[in-house]
Write a protein that binds this ligand. Structure first.
Ligand SMILES: NC(=O)c1ccc[n+]([C@@H]2O[C@H](COP(=O)([O-])OP(=O)(O)OC[C@H]3O[C@@H](n4cnc5c(N)ncnc54)[C@H](O)[C@@H]3O)[C@@H](O)[C@H]2O)c1
Length: 262
């Protein structure tokens, strides 16, 4: 159900084919936005477009592999060819691996930083440069509770999400004068397809099955459950809405209080 009015807005969302990005794309479209969905998974992007309500001008799917800087840099120019404007950018594309410190390869390390940090940086800067000060703009980055402190089994991921917080602040400082706000939302454990990969790593390290982790994290969360993609999308949409317009450069946890106990 639409909560905010996004009529006449164009929202570009990376990682839109799955999980949190998918949920955000749906909510923006339900509020009337035209969506530009960006992901490397073309099949799932097609599913997204068919799941969105039509809002006049057609939604757009852009298939890109954000590990490659040239593809990341092509996202905003390509989107502008279709839409001519951008009002909202959500950087939700991300990868996570649970790997012991001495088993992290340079390739895995680079992938985590290339997608989670470098692509986010270049897409955000390119978008901010195209946004018009008279209309303003909103950039919402998806960080993580994991960015708040070190992690034994996903050091590269935790570091990448700490970088997202820092880049968010730099963007907020740089583009506030153009009436662009930039914030980070930090989910705790949230049930999305990302965990299919994560649980392979966790099983190898701990021998535990997914259900054991979901149960443990639910109990560890003061509100008694893990997150749903829509919980995070709700906050992303609030930050992008008129009501969220004076929040800038902040990192907002969306985790039911999980970060207090983890
Ligand atoms: N699910 C959680 O528990 C959780 C917790 C904290 C933070 N996050 C963050 O939320 C964001 C969304 O994650 P999710 O849980 O919805 O995961 P997800 O796997 O469901 O969605 C991530 C999307 O990013 C896309 N993607 C990955 N690598 C890409 C690449 N090289 N090029 C283009 N697209 C690429 C995937 O195809 C996928 O559609 C990520 O940044 C993740 O780090 C998730």
């Amino acid at each position: 159900m639409a909560t905010y009015d996004f009529k006449n807005k164009v929202a570009l969302i990376t990682g839109a084919a799955s999980g949190i990005g998918f949920a955000a794309a749906k909510q923006f479209a339900e509020g009337g936005a035209r969506i530009v969905g960006v992901d490397r998974n073309g099949e799932r992007l097609k599913n997204l477009l068919s799941a969105l309500p039509r809002n006049g001008q057609p939604h757009v799917a852009i298939e890109k592999d954000l590990r490659l800087v040239a593809e990341a840099q092509a996202v905003v120019p390509e989107a502008m060819q279709f839409t001519g404007r951008l009002d909202i950018v959500v950087n939700a594309a991300g990868v996570c691996y649970f790997t012991k410190m001495n088993e992290i390869t340079p390739e895995e390390y680079n992938e985590v930083f290339d997608v989670n940090v470098r692509a986010l940086f270049f897409i955000s800067v390119a978008a901010a440069e195209t946004m018009d000060a008279s209309r303003g703009g909103r950039i919402i980055n998806v960080g993580s509770n994991a960015g708040r402190k070190g992690r034994a089994w996903s050091a590269h991921y935790a570091a990448s999400k700490a970088a997202v917080k820092n880049i968010t602040e730099s963007l907020a400082l740089s583009y506030g004068s153009k009436n662009i706000s930039v914030n980070t939302v930090c989910p705790g454990p949230t049930k999305t397809p990302m965990w299919e990969t994560n649980f392979k790593g966790l099983k190898a390290i701990t021998g535990k099955d997914p259900e054991e982790f979901w149960h443990m994290w639910s109990r560890q969360t003061p509100l008694g459950r893990v997150g749903r993609p829509a919980d995070v999308a709700n906050v992303i949409c609030f930050l992008a809405s008129e009501k969220g317009g004076f929040i800038n450069g902040q990192e907002i946890n969306v985790c039911g209080g999980f970060m207090l106990t983890s």
